[in-house]
Write a new protein. Structure first.
Length: 385
């Protein structure tokens, strides 16, 4: 039987869980250490080699539980039982999960072991870009996770509206502060002397640079981005496109034609995954994220903090961070022609682009400062009864 840990001298136990450790490492950086002042925090994820670093940096305990992002019934059942055993042993007061697969398994295991507070933060909704039976399966998984949770938190208003519209849950939904899981360290994401120095090496003089940062997959709009830029680069020899990320050919491959263009267009520079994207952002003029679906994309917030306007699609999260015509341009998703027009417009209208750049950082700092997000999350935890 659980007891109210807030009436005890010991810190209540909080388990923060993501499917894979890279999400725990990047999405919640700093927050685990902050919460550890009020809670006994335990970080849980599948360990690809980063959990030890999370434990060292955040000053919290971590436990590895094998989990997979893709659906795998036998492996998922093993993960579920491993989580049930973990929760029975640790007896947490709160289990708080995000990322789809990990959240489903965590909410089911926490429900089965009667964890008092089971919190599911809903980020990107994968079913939005699927069809048929697979879409039905993904929606059912979301419904189960929400049913098992005692509290469902949408990362933004777009996610909230989708959850209600698609009849995923009827529970009260309220985002944390202005949205986003962790906010942004506005000192780290700034044009410091170090960032500016490293950016100078990457920057090409007299060249207008677009940058994409993220997974190199179809759902991120890579096919449309490369097609739009290829067309633009034929007309304008003073533009370039930097692509930073990893291809995921097994999960969501881009078209073979797209890869061919990336390899053959001299104005496209593929730099692979970057652990520190700040110099690349600071060496660029515009971030482009033509994604088909998002929850609340960190990269758009990071770019804005470094004064970059953004071209984004009219989807959840993106259309909450970007105000069309103020700090960027919002276009329809899966529309290469609209993307081309937006890229051409900003590349050829320096006054408009400069005005958007000037507005970008203040909009981000005023709404997504990390400490404010952490404080609001802590207050949410303290309000639980």
């Amino acid at each position: 039987m659980y007891i109210n840990h807030y009436q005890m001298n010991n810190r209540p136990k909080l388990i923060r869980l993501t499917t894979v450790d890279i999400s725990l490492d990047t999405l919640l950086r700093g927050q685990l250490r902050f919460m550890n002042g009020q809670f006994e925090v335990l970080g849980t994820a599948d360990d690809s080699g980063l959990l030890a670093e999370v434990e060292r940096r955040e000053g919290v305990r971590t436990v590895a539980v094998p989990m997979h992002r893709e659906i795998s019934p036998i492996a998922d059942l093993k993960s579920l039982f491993a989580l049930i055993r973990l929760f029975r042993r640790e007896r947490p007061y709160i289990v708080h999960a995000n990322t789809p697969k990990g959240s489903l398994l965590a909410m089911m295991a926490a429900y089965a072991t009667r964890v008092p507070h089971r919190i599911y933060t809903v980020t990107g909704l994968r079913f939005e870009t699927t069809h048929g039976l697979f879409r039905l399966l993904l929606k059912t998984m979301e419904r189960i996770a929400c049913f098992c949770a005692t509290k469902v938190i949408p990362e933004g208003d777009g996610v909230k509206n989708t959850l209600y519209r698609e009849h995923i849950t009827r529970k009260p939904l309220q985002k944390i502060l202005n949205g986003n899981i962790n906010g942004i360290d506005t000192e780290y994401f700034s044009r410091s002397q170090d960032v500016t120095t490293r950016a100078a090496v990457l920057k090409e003089p007299d060249t207008f640079t677009f940058i994409f940062i993220g997974r190199m997959v179809r759902d991120k709009g890579i096919n449309e981005l490369v097609a739009a830029f290829d067309r633009l680069s034929e007309e304008n020899d003073r533009v370039r496109l930097v692509l930073a990320g990893k291809f995921e050919d097994e999960l969501d491959p881009v078209d073979p034609k797209t890869k061919t263009v990336i390899e053959n267009n001299a104005k496209i520079r593929f730099v692979g995954y970057q652990s520190d994207v700040r110099p690349y952002l600071a060496a660029s003029d515009i971030l482009v994220l033509p994604s088909y679906r998002e929850g609340f994309p960190n990269v758009v917030i990071q770019a804005g903090a470094l004064d970059l306007p953004c071209i984004v699609t009219d989807i959840n999260g993106c259309n909450e961070i970007i105000k069309d015509g103020v700090n960027g341009i919002i276009i329809p998703k899966q529309d290469a022609n609209a993307l081309y027009e937006a890229m051409r417009r900003l590349a050829t209208h320096p006054t408009e682009t400069a005005a958007m750049s000037a507005a970008s950082r203040e909009l981000i700092v005023s709404r997504y400062r990390q400490q404010d997000v952490w404080n609001a999350t802590l207050e949410m935890y303290k309000s639980l009864k």
